[in-house]
Design a protein around this ligand. Structure first.
Ligand SMILES: Nc1ncnc2c1ncn2[C@@H]1O[C@H](COP(=O)(O)OP(=O)(O)OP(=O)(O)O)[C@@H](O)[C@H]1O
Ligand SMILES: [Mg+2]
Length: 274
């Protein structure tokens, strides 16, 4: 138990505020996340060039594009894993640039990231995994021995129901099916009450039934969360997509409703036609 990661204290990681947001105040009250002219270069290779993206609160945005287009790199920049060479990322109307903050701090501000490989605590039950996630910075040791408040129990029950694992609460996470582990990890993200969820290739390795259930889950999370989904499976994308952004060679190639994107000759040429 003592070997589990414990989130370090973040007292000395206060953001340096900027004096104003580069959008007129009140102009976009529903803005959830704003990526502004983001560029990333790896040893001279430009993985992202001047990417600008705005997400409304409660939106579900699909991010598509060929391998190497920069989709994961964009998520890495939003979550602080990769530092851009220029550009900025803003969260709602907060007056600081996320690209200057640590990964831990960005997560605390409400941006949750789902990686492709599930990273649940295999030896603990589904319920304990949610408990650990809910505790966040309280620390693992304290969590497993402290009594949960009624509100915390209610929240875990809500999450288990949302991810469809209410009947598996006492099962060891390591024994879950692949799809169930993925949902549990989404549940663990939800326990930290993020406002923005970034989900990279969620259905890789899933069965058809698991894929359908994942589509329902992501759709149910939109509205109360801003959700960004990267996925190559176009049938899946069509089943959840509202607005779609297409990245190609590190640039935004096209953006719009799925119906329009599917007909865009540039998108067909570089991606959908393949
Ligand atoms: N740490 C790194 N160092 C060097 N190059 C990198 C690094 N991370 C990504 N790249 C390069 O940047 C480009 C964009 O990669 P990225 O992983 O963002 O693409 P992607 O759109 O997520 O692709 P995929 O659909 O295959 O996941 C690729 O050419 C990749 O090789
Ligand atoms: Mg990727």
């Amino acid at each position: 138990m003592s070997t589990m990661p414990v989130t370090p204290p973040e007292e000395d990681d206060r953001p340096t505020p900027i004096s104003h947001l580069p959008i007129p105040e009140g102009a976009r009250p529903n803005l959830a996340l704003w990526v502004e002219n983001l560029s990333v270069s790896f040893d001279g290779f430009k993985a992202l060039t001047d990417v600008t993206l705005t997400l409304e609160k409660g939106e579900l945005r699909c991010l598509i594009g060929p391998n190497g287009a920069g989709k994961t790199t964009l998520m890495d920049c939003i979550t602080g894993k990769t530092r851009p060479s220029s550009g900025a990322v803003y969260l709602e109307s907060r007056l600081y640039d996320l690209t200057k903050l640590s990964e831990v701090r960005i997560a605390q501000l409400g941006i949750g990231r789902k990686f492709q490989r599930p990273t649940v605590f295999q030896g603990h039950t589904v319920y304990e995994n949610c408990e650990l996630a809910l505790a966040g910075k309280k620390g693992v040791f304290r969590t497993l021995f402290a009594r949960l408040s009624a509100a915390e129990r209610t929240r875990i029950d809500e999450i288990l129901e949302l991810i469809g694992l209410q009947d598996h609460a006492k099962r060891q996470a390591g024994l879950l099916a692949h799809g169930q582990k993925q949902w549990l990890e989404i549940g663990m993200l939800l326990a930290q009450a993020p406002s923005v969820l970034l989900v990279d290739e969620p259905i890789a390795g899933m069965t058809h039934a698991e894929t359908e259930r994942t589509a329902e889950l992501l759709l149910s999370l939109a509205g109360s969360h801003t959700v960004v989904v990267v996925e190559h499976d176009m049938e899946f994308v069509r089943s959840i997509a509202r607005r779609v952004t297409v990245l190609h060679q590190g640039k935004v190639l096209a953006e719009g409703p799925m119906a329009q994107i599917q007909k865009d000759p540039r998108v067909v040429e570089v991606y959908l036609g393949a």
